[in-house]
Design a protein around this ligand. Structure first.
Ligand code: NAD
Length: 259
């Protein structure tokens, strides 16, 4: 299937590793020009080199913290125009809500709610005036079914999801769709970090936790960043123009509801 987005420009946030990288890879393979960001310049440059080797779209790398105004300004400045925005940032730490003070909440809200909203604010009007735009917010399966130790994530991402539900209905008439892509367990550094926490707490090895988690999932495995990227690229394609305000769960069937 030709996704029809060759030559478009995409800003893919937090993309040196994991799911953001998977999205950038899928877009570059479709001939989309991408600006990728991450805090650490070294890992980011290594990823940029990998993406350039795909010989698809142009690849620009901007090191910086996307949760800061400077980081967002630098990322936006590197992109001649943003046709596609993939919002992503690191997830908040696990813990008990009794231990989280106002600063912990503000940090989570900044990363997982306010940063995506700021970036949407920067790009959505130019997208509508050009008649085409695709925004994908990487959130979490926690939006549909809360994860007890990830209260900061449950709260901040639900706030983003609620805000986006309203905006997505206002932009679609001008060709701009906004959707959430909700990862369940994907094989990335982030998953390994959360499994390391569970392994330590339970006094077992990370491999034992990983085996248990795979078995718990109906698919018997974790998802891959490539699978995640392919869905992201489809949502960003010309074929995705009638899908907006949706929250697409990719979890191998873990969510137990019928709908
Ligand atoms: P990851 O740790 O593998 O990669 C995170 C990427 O984000 C890295 O490139 C890192 O450099 C970059 N990054 C982090 N904070 C940043 C910041 N402030 N500014 C710029 N770049 C930043 O993580 P992942 O698994 O790809 O997860 C991506 C998002 O999806 C996270 O918010 C995570 O909580 C969420 N999520 C992941 C899973 C999973 O199973 N992997 C499940 C649910 C939700």
């Amino acid at each position: 299937m030709d996704l029809g987005i060759e030559g478009k420009w995409a800003l893919v946030c937090a993309a040196s590793k994991g799911l953001g990288k998977g999205c950038a890879q899928a877009l570059v393979k479709e001939g989309v020009n991408v600006v990728i960001t991450a805090r650490g310049a070294e890992a980011l440059e290594a990823t940029a080199a990998e993406l350039r080797a795909l010989k698809g779209g142009e690849v620009r790398a901007v090191a910086g913290d996307i949760t800061t105004p400077e980081g967002r300004a630098a990322a936006l400045a590197a992109c001649p125009q943003v046709d596609i925005l993939v919002n992503n940032a690191g997830g908040p730490p696990p813990g008990d809500f009794r231990d989280w003070d106002r600063d912990a909440w503000i940090k989570a809200l900044d990363a997982n709610m306010l940063t995506p909203i700021e970036l949407m604010k920067a790009v959505v009007d130019p997208m509508m005036s050009r008649g085409f735009g695709r925004i994908v917010n990487i959130t979490s399966a926690a939006v549909k079914a809360p994860i007890d130790i990830l209260g900061l994530s449950n709260g901040a991402r639900s706030g983003l999801t609620g805000f986006t539900a309203g905006l997505a209905r206002k932009t679609v008439a001008k060709g701009v769709t906004i959707n959430g892509l909700l990862p369940g367990p994907f094989d990335t550094d982030r998953l390994r970090v959360t499994m390391a926490g569970a392994a330590k707490a339970g006094g077992v090895s990370i491999d034992a936790i990983a085996d248990q988690r795979r078995k718990q999932n109906p698919s018997g495995r974790f998802g891959t960043p490539e699978e995640f990227g392919a869905m992201c690229a489809f949502l960003c394609s010309v074929h995705g123009g009638f899908i907006t305000g949706q929250n697409i769960l990719m979890d191998g069937g873990a969510y137990p509801g019928t709908f």
